[in-house]
Design a protein around this ligand. Structure first.
Ligand code: HEC
Length: 252
């Protein structure tokens, strides 16, 4: 009996797992990112384009609650540009002296404006699916950058045996292949000012890089510090070796 159970569990493990995996997502393509590796840095022009994609497309549904307009300085925008970007939004403030809430243009110190007043409104506007906050999305998902890029470029015609309900879309890289986000990008939807091609692939790369920066704005500093520490340790090892030789030089 024990033997049978053991055999059974071996069978389930070896045969059951692939059956489960069939409905599971494919791993997204491995992209080459400028920020990969120990010397990787962000491409400022790509970050600005990526912000433009977020602002003109994704921000209609996705909040980025952990970011303030002034954080955009890291993308190379100057103070006046940031003031102008913030002022495009109206936020609620207050209460004033009379106890009333009031509206005013956003300031650089305000957080990115949330497209919805609350989560219920966000779900209601999206067929019951909650568009996740994108501040940390590339950290919240395994293989974050490749995954986000994959989702944005992974929409396909559903195979004949997959039935989609209204408001559902087929995506190669989504777990279970079914996603409640309509394909957000199409060629030409954002007009880049720097002459870069307006293709889905380009938008996906740029907005992904922007989201990686959002989740890890201190990445470049962290890598620089790491390299300095390694250099220091190398030099220190050399000095210690020289000291050791000197101290023990006369010991026979
Ligand atoms: C029309 C509204 C809408 C727009 C515009 C939109 N999204 Fe979404 N997004 C959603 C909804 C709804 C979900 C939740 C989907 C689900 O759970 O199936 C979602 C989910 C996601 C996810 C998470 C997938 C997962 O693993 O759970 C990512 C990443 C994402 N969106 C990125 C973006 C980016 C980047 C843009 C801009 C290029 C964008 N979205 C534009 C509505 C939108």
């Amino acid at each position: 009996m024990k033997y049978f159970l053991l055999l059974l569990s071996v069978f389930v493990i070896t045969h059951g797992a692939p059956a489960l995996a069939a409905g599971d997502a494919e791993p997204p393509p491995e992209m080459h990112w400028s920020f990969s590796g120990p010397f990787g840095t962000y491409d400022r022009a790509a970050l600005q384009r990526g912000f433009q994609v977020y602002k003109q497309v994704c921000a209609a549904c996705h909040s980025m609650d952990l970011k303030s307009y002034r954080n955009l300085a890291a993308l190379g925008y100057n103070e006046d540009e940031i003031k102008a970007i913030a002022a495009e939004y109206t936020v609620e403030d207050g209460p004033n002296d009379e106890g009333e809430m009031f509206e005013r243009p956003a300031r650089p110190s305000d957080r990115f404006k949330n497209p919805y007043p609350n989560d219920a409104a966000a779900k209601y506007a999206n067929n019951g699916a909650m568009p996740p906050d994108l501040s940390l999305i590339t950290k919240a998902r395994h293989n974050g950058a490749n995954y986000v890029h994959g989702i944005l470029t992974g929409y396909e015609e559903a195979p004949a045996d997959t039935e989609l309900m209204s408001g559902q879309y087929y995506n190669r890289y989504m777990a279970g292949h079914v996603i409640a986000m309509a394909p957000p990008l199409s060629d030409g939807v954002v007009g880049y000012e720097d002459g870069t091609d307006g293709t889905v692939e380009q938008y996906a790369k740029d907005v992904t890089q922007f989201l990686v920066w959002a989740a890890e704005p201190e990445m470049e500093e962290r890598k620089r510090t790491g390299i300095k520490v390694i250099l220091f340790l190398l030099v220190f090892t050399g000095i210690m070796y020289a000291v050791k030789r000197k101290i023990w030089a006369d010991a026979h």
